[in-house]
Design a protein around this ligand. Sequence first.
Ligand code: 2BA
Length: 109
Amino acid sequence: MKLIMAVIQDKDSTRLSDALMKANFRATKLSSTGGFLKSGNTTFLIGVDEGAVDEAMAIIKDNCHSREQIVAPISPMGGNADSYVPYPVEVQVGGATVFVLPVEQFEQF
Ligand code: 2BA
């Protein structure tokens, strides 16, 4: 068994969830926050048989889109000056950042 961890944009989460359920995958959605943009994203945990990893990856790829995002300067007042960016920056976010991990044991009680 493998555990797929996929960090995706919130905008794609309902579509991905629907597509995974339709294909009979089981998944858990977690609310997460990107370290760089410090804005919300969604992390999917998907436990799959080894032979189904490619199918799950294809569904993630088909349903998660990359988008440009402008990062506006944020005042360091009251915050951490180390992360202050003094000008707007355009970054390409997503479609999905995916980790595939081996699962040592899987139980449901
Ligand atoms: P964030 O950390 O908020 O990053 C959003 C986007 O900002 C990234 O998109 C990337 O284009 C850009 N970016 C991130 N760090 C940067 C840096 N130090 N300098 C310049 N640009 C930077 P993605 O690469 O598509 O990542 C989307 C989200 O996936 C990330 O949100 C983070 O939550 C997650 N992620 C990406 N790589 C990861 C990793 N190696 N480990 C854990 N989470 C990761």
